[in-house]
Design a protein around this ligand. Structure first.
Ligand code: SF4
Length: 717
């Protein structure tokens, strides 16, 4: 039955996971109202969040399974569609083996779905070939965080700490457009007397707020961080005692930085020596300071080293693991954090455990009731998996992702998807990828189902069901249950999200991302709980009461009986074996594809405020489409003059991988050697047709942020 009262829940989009109330109206519409009790957004919402219900009732919403017949997708019954998927997967497995089956997930899936999808791939399909689109999001920061601190939690402190620090260096984040309510934390920082340094090759809306805006050449953030560390050493600003007591590896990192003279760094980056010196002054003079990174430094073929170089600054100056200070990553996708913790990554098991760790395999196998030796090993990373479609991987089950638009070298990825023997997609609309499928299953949306999400702070949240789903759709959990049945696994795939979460608690117990002390009840009562939150019984997760039965003398919540969760990490020790952080001994290296005579300009890609990721949902919202109707090429007036292009003229951007055409948007707010395209659209203006899939050797992150292109006027434009 439809509920007519306001239900507190969370936005379906980005990693801020803003709180909102949803109230169904008698006319079938849904009202979004402010939810001031949620501390992250305190009632503020961006246009995407305010209009999110439009996708629920969109006229293009899928409400019937589709099965390809005689070349066209046609409505089918659920049984017919599920039988066809089971048969498609089974026949490929019989002919080519389990690793010919691929599974591709998404950072928008709830924790319960991400957990179940990893289990489904490994237990039901027996394949190692599972990864997800979060690999394209923050995997470099995750890898660097694990190397440095022993654990990856995007922000190791709550957002509320940001306005109370002395200086923030924000590297490659345009949060004024990607998560607008978060801008408030930066304006409050400045109101409190703190300073903001923004590093971005474009003068974005966020950069306009900065006390100092550095505009490095795309792909040179690593050199920039090395130059800053050089000056920190040269100016005697290293916190020697902290380095001695809390870190390992300083001498190598120091030696690497000292080889990067400020003048050399200026030549590489285009950031002047006085700007470097001013950045060091702003960062080092206050008692507290932070470095926050986002996709700019992370989406590079050296993203792990680049983030490591920025983390080095926080270690050399004694910031990491101290109150109101340190390093954090601003994760992008709604469940980018939780989605990488519970097993849909190619190399991980739930609880952020390594798939190659025998003890981890034993623990998870016991929870799953399977033989640890039956669990496959690590599979291919996201781009490598997509690149293997139609050859080594011949059938794919895809949820919550649209790689035809969002993957690098997208025309090639589209070609590989078309070469599959079998493709099944679960989605809410016929995305560009779903349109290529053999079977499309229409699934429930955020407001129609309950589940947990983990936001960029590591705060686990309860997203509540507020509406009755339309006839004809089912949840992803039901899909997995039905497919498991058809593939001969009759147990272990509950469809009740809370039941899945109870199992996830047990599977995560003792892991880095330990959820075993978290229950739905606590999430509802406490407005979220930060992990790690171990159950106070050693095994964890014996049902809700397990987390309530002990509590050590927790000063934070005197008299309480549960672990309070961990808003701030590393204050006493880092999560490494010896409790010390690791410096990254990194040196500058060029991007994978430097400009040359044929492709003399750099392309960088990103987002606009009114679209989200591949646009599969937001392009279906009239208000958002009116605000951001299509792609564009942002370029400097000097480059535009060379082309003879005026504002709005179509221009072509050509890389070694393809050609995209979009109207020119001319601005002095971009470097003259760089053009920018947002990546939310398919078709002629698809930015990812151009991007370079060169991978970071550690994180396997593609180089979305910098590749060589030429820009051409379009005949007749
Ligand atoms: Fe939703 Fe992010 Fe906008 Fe908040 S900032 S309303 S979570 S899209």
């Amino acid at each position: 039955m439809q509920q007519n009262t306001a239900t507190p829940t969370h936005c379906p989009y980005c990693a801020l996971q803003c709180g909102m109330n949803l109230t169904p109206a008698p006319d079938g519409t849904v009202e979004v109202t402010e939810r001031a009790d949620f501390p992250v957004n305190r009632g503020a919402l961006c246009g995407k969040g305010r209009t999110a219900p439009a996708v629920l009732s969109s006229r293009v919403r899928l409400t019937s399974p589709l099965v390809r017949r005689d070349g066209d997708l046609a409505p089918a019954t659920w049984d017919e569609a599920l039988d066809r998927i089971a048969e498609g997967l089974r026949s490929v497995r019989d002919a080519h083996g389990a690793d010919a089956l691929g599974v591709f997930g998404g950072g928008g899936l709830t924790n319960e779905k991400a957990y179940s999808l990893g289990k489904f791939a490994r237990v039901v399909l027996g394949t190692s070939q599972i990864d997800y689109n979060g690999r394209f999001c923050m995997s470099s920061a995750a890898a660097a965080g694990i190397k440095a601190f022993g654990v990856d939690r995007g922000l190791p402190f709550p957002l509320e700490d940001i306005p109370r620090t002395g200086c923030v260096i924000l590297v490659g984040s345009n949060l004024a457009e990607t998560m607008p309510p978060a801008l408030r934390y930066l304006t409050e920082l400045k109101e409190n007397g703190g300073t903001l340094v923004v590093v971005d090759p474009r003068r974005t809306k966020t950069a306009e707020q900065a006390d100092l805006h550095l505009m490095p050449r795309p792909g040179t953030d690593l050199a920039l961080a090395l130059g800053l560390l050089h000056l920190i050493v040269a100016e005697g600003r290293v916190d020697e005692e902290y380095v001695r007591e809390r870190t390992v590896g300083w001498e190598d990192a120091r030696a690497a930085a000292m080889a990067h003279w400020p003048e050399y760094v200026e030549r590489i980056t285009g950031v002047s020596v006085p700007e470097l010196r001013e950045t060091v002054r702003l960062f080092c003079e206050p008692e507290t300071a932070m470095v926050l990174t986002a996709r700019g430094p992370e989406q590079q073929s050296k993203g792990t080293d680049t983030v490591g170089a920025w983390i080095n600054l926080t270690l050399a100056t004694g910031r990491a693991g101290r109150p109101l200070s340190g390093y954090g990553c601003l994760t992008g996708q709604g469940n980018g954090q939780g989605g990488r913790e519970h097993g849909q990554k190619a190399d991980q098991l739930p609880g952020y455990r390594k798939l190659t760790d025998p003890a981890a395999r034993r623990h998870v196998a016991e929870v799953w009731g399977v033989d640890p030796d039956s669990l496959p090993g690590p599979g291919r990373s996201a781009y490598e998996l997509l690149d293997a479609l139609g050859t080594d991987v011949r059938a794919l089950l895809l949820m919550a992702s649209n790689p035809v638009v969002s993957a690098p070298r997208a025309a090639h990825v589209e070609e590989r998807i078309r070469a599959l023997d079998f493709l099944a997609v679960c989605d809410v609309v016929l995305s560009e990828t779903a349109a290529l499928a053999d079977v499309v299953l229409p699934v429930t949306q955020w407001a129609e189902e309950t589940g947990t999400m983990t936001n960029l702070e590591g705060r686990v949240l309860l997203r509540r069901r507020a509406l009755t789903p339309p006839d004809g759709v089912r949840s992803d959990l039901e899909v997995m249950r039905e497919l498991a049945d058809r593939l001969g696994v009759e147990k272990g795939f509950p469809t009740d999200p809370e039941e899945v979460f109870e199992e996830l608690r047990r599977a995560s117990a003792g892991g880095a991302a330990d959820y075993s002390g978290i229950t739905y009840r606590r999430l509802a009562e406490e407005n979220g709980v930060f992990w790690p939150c171990p159950a106070t019984d050693a095994g964890g997760g014996d049902g809700e009461d397990a987390s309530l039965d002990t509590t050590p003398d927790d000063p934070a919540r005197e008299g309480d009986t549960v672990h309070p969760g961990t808003p701030r990490l590393f204050l006493d020790r880092f999560a490494t074996e010896d409790g010390r952080a690791r410096f990254a001994p990194v040196t500058h290296r060029a991007i994978a594809e430097e400009p040359d005579d044929e492709y003399p300009v750099l392309l960088t890609t990103g987002r606009v405020v009114s679209q989200y990721q591949s646009g599969a949902q937001t392009r279906r919202v009239d208000e958002l489409n009116a605000a951001a109707p299509g792609p564009f090429v942002e370029l400097h007036p000097r480059l535009a003059a060379r082309l003879g292009a005026a504002e709005g003229d179509p221009v072509a951007v050509v890389s070694r991988r393809g050609r995209a055409v979009a109207p020119a948007r001319i601005t002095t707010g971009i470097r003259p050697d760089t053009v920018f395209m947002p990546f939310h659209w398919p078709g002629e203006g698809r930015a990812n047709t151009l991007t370079n899939p060169a991978l970071d050797p550690t994180s396997r992150m593609p180089e979305f942020k910098a590749c060589a292109v030429r820009v051409e006027a379009v005949e007749g434009g």
